[in-house]
Ligand binder design. Structure first.
Ligand code: ADP
Ligand code: MG
Length: 610
């Protein structure tokens, strides 16, 4: 019998190795991004189609490759990054195994364009299943473009095991975050199915973290800094109230490489002792630097675990620095038992309510009059009083209770603006497409159209949100909007509230929002702007308890759905606007505290002619 052991052909060996290195699209993303960083790129674009199943493309402005190197790059164990075993203990780069590109090339269709700055022409290379199918000179800009199409096209069993687009995109986004967070000096963008998910400019670490995690993050970061012989620590921890149930926001980077480390994680968590609610996980973004020969990152190509020489000392240093940072910013006295505040300008307890200025000429008109039966446990939303204006002379002092005002002026005027409308035809017209002016028996009413509409919508929306009876207009064709993944996540958090206002979502996941029903007052063309505003508001850093989510949502939506200054109104629209305004609970000021109308009495007009 003849001998039976054979060497596997390269493409088979590569395919087996690929199983180790490339488990899913995100593994390719990681390898390509890291190669671009290693190549000294200052600008990187990541372009993905169908969660990486169709296309993964990375374009960088790094040092590029010569024609020979471009070809060599796809050989197994071919690397420019180390040349001796000793180099393994002094790694300055992310890559060193020289097997990523060879592995990817075994299981996908690859196109490379690369050019070094010093060369006139670049190289175009096409590889499919480890075979070079084309190589020729090409005109291209300095740097490297690699596109990886149809991952696992020749390994159906692997392709079948890929998860849903949503899961694979999540994994890719995680890898993107990890690379982007360690390299704020690199401008980096991420596009999925032609939607831009991130476009990050060069910045500091802090700015980078904030632009990835959302503007809300900024105020919650506490800097940590420590320099010892064994380790340098830089970075941020989240204030205790930033802690979450999930472990999402925990990042260790060791020598610019994302790692997971249970023991070091414990060091940080234990520094928070006594400051966290049960089972919540503190956020941290910590950049650790240790001497390259004191850490072994060589455990596994796709694993994020590392082994340190002196873990116990690192534990102690890390714990102490985090404790110190927490102490310095005296964030250790946070009261977790803060009560949730309720909105509602409705049914507000009388003694508790905002004192809005009363109008001298129309004393009967009192929006609060009938409201007195509400429970005391509700607090009013605090409205800003409008700033002092000369025309405030038109109003009586706000100290008096409405009851007294009513009595003192009973004789002078007995009809409210409302009632007056019923008895006589108002003259109404628009001024500068901004004000609605109406004649009253006693003078002139000047209404700011945008603010009036905002107030009307705000109260409607808030009512729907608290009573939960929003009416929807069904759309013939659903609206589809692409938004960054994390913005869609904001909407998911608000989904219930949005539905109370009349929104109906067909889907709300990944980066796609599909809407089949809208609040009655919302015009289709205004939908993107309204959603954008709602998201922006949520991402803003607000004093946590100033407004409840429902109140915030109602305010933001109202402000964005309202008639704007510059819109011309029909007579009927103006009549309705005024009627609806005075049917509001608080017609004088917008939710943001801006004055909505003024009333020029005959008397005050008279005084002007003196
Ligand atoms: P490793 O990164 O471990 O060296 P890879 O297979 O990822 O192995 O890459 C092989 C080689 O190809 C690298 O050592 C590098 O010389 C070259 N290379 C890969 N990507 C790029 C790039 N974007 N720009 C310049 N050179 C690159
Ligand atoms: Mg590499």
């Amino acid at each position: 019998m003849s001998d039976i052991i054979k060497l596997l052909p390269d493409h088979v060996a590569n395919q087996i190795a690929a199983g180790e290195v490339v488990q899913r699209p995100s593994s390719v993303v990681k390898e390509l991004l890291e190669n671009s960083i290693d190549a000294g790129a200052t600008q990187i674009q990541l372009i993905i189609k169908d969660a990486g199943k169709t296309l993964i493309q990375v374009i960088d402005n790094g040092k590029g490759m010569s024609m020979t190197d471009a070809r060599m790059a796809f050989e197994r164990h071919a690397t420019s990054k180390i040349s001796t075993a000793d180099d393994l203990f002094n790694l300055q780069t992310k890559g060193f195994r020289g097997e990523a590109l060879a592995s990817v090339a075994a299981i996908a269709q690859i196109v490379v364009k690369s050019k070094r700055l010093e060369d006139d022409l670049g190289t175009l290379l096409e590889i499919e299943g480890s075979k070079v199918t084309r190589q020729e000179p090409v005109v291209t800009s300095p740097g490297t473009m690699i596109s990886v199409r149809n991952l696992f096209y020749n390994v159906p069993a692997r392709r079948k095991f890929l998860k849903s687009d949503q899961v694979e995109l999540r994994n890719i986004t995680d890898e993107f975050h990890r690379v982007a967070m360690v390299h704020p000096e690199v401008a980096i963008s991420f596009t999925h199915n032609d939607t831009s998910l991130f476009n990050l400019i060069r910045s500091t670490h802090r700015q980078r973290i904030v632009s990835i995690m959302g503007a809300k993050t900024n105020e919650k970061l506490v800097p940590v800094e420590e320099e010892t012989e064994l380790m340098t620590i830089k970075g941020y921890i989240g204030k205790p109230e930033f802690a979450r149930k999930t472990r999402g926001l925990q990042y260790f980077f060791v020598n610019d490489r994302f790692i997971k480390h249970n023991y070091l994680n414990h060091a940080v968590v234990s520094a928070f002792e006594g400051l966290l609610k049960d089972k919540s996980n503190p956020a941290y973004f910590l950049y650790l630097t240790v001497p390259t020969d004191s850490v072994d990152i060589n455990i596994h190509p796709t694993k994020t675990e590392v082994k340190f020489d002196d873990e116990h000392s690192l534990y102690a240093i890390l714990r102490a620095s985090v404790k110190h940072a927490l102490g310095q910013f005296s964030v250790n006295s946070i009261d977790f038992q803060q009560e949730k505040q309720y909105e509602v300008p409705y049914d507000v307890a009388k003694n508790n309510q905002t004192q809005a200025p009363k109008i001298e000429v129309n004393p009967d008109f009192n929006p609060f009059q009938q409201e007195s039966n509400s429970s005391k446990s509700f607090q009013t939303t605090s409205y800003q009083k409008p700033p002092s204006q000369p025309w405030e002379a038109l109003y009586t002092g706000i100290e008096e209770t409405s009851q007294i005002v009513d009595e003192t002026h009973q004789e002078e005027s007995t009809t409210s603006i409302f009632q007056q409308h019923e008895v006589e035809q108002r003259n109404i017209f628009q001024l500068q497409r901004k004000f609605v002016i109406s004649t009253l028996k006693s003078g002139l009413l000047v209404v700011n159209q945008q603010r009036a509409h905002e107030r009307i919508l705000y109260e409607k929306l808030l009512r729907q949100l608290t009573v939960q009876n929003g009416v929807s207009q069904q759309l013939l064709f659903p609206i589809k909007i692409n938004l960054p993944v994390e913005e869609v996540a904001v909407l998911v958090n608000l989904q219930e509230e949005l539905e109370h206002t009349g929104f109906q979502f067909k889907s709300l996941e990944n980066n796609v929002v599909e809407i089949e029903g809208l609040p009655l007052e919302l015009k289709e063309k205004d939908v993107p702007a309204v959603l954008e505003a709602v998201i922006a508001k949520e991402q803003q850093d607000l004093p946590e308890n100033a407004y409840s989510p429902a109140d915030r949502l109602a305010q933001t939506m109202a402000a964005n759905m309202s008639i704007k200054t510059g819109e011309s109104l029909t007579n009927e629209a103006m009549q309705n606007l005024v009627d609806e305004l005075f049917a509001c609970k608080e017609p004088e000021i917008t939710a943001a505290g801006k004055r909505i109308f003024i009333n020029l009495s005959g008397d005050s007009l008279n005084s002007k002619f003196n």
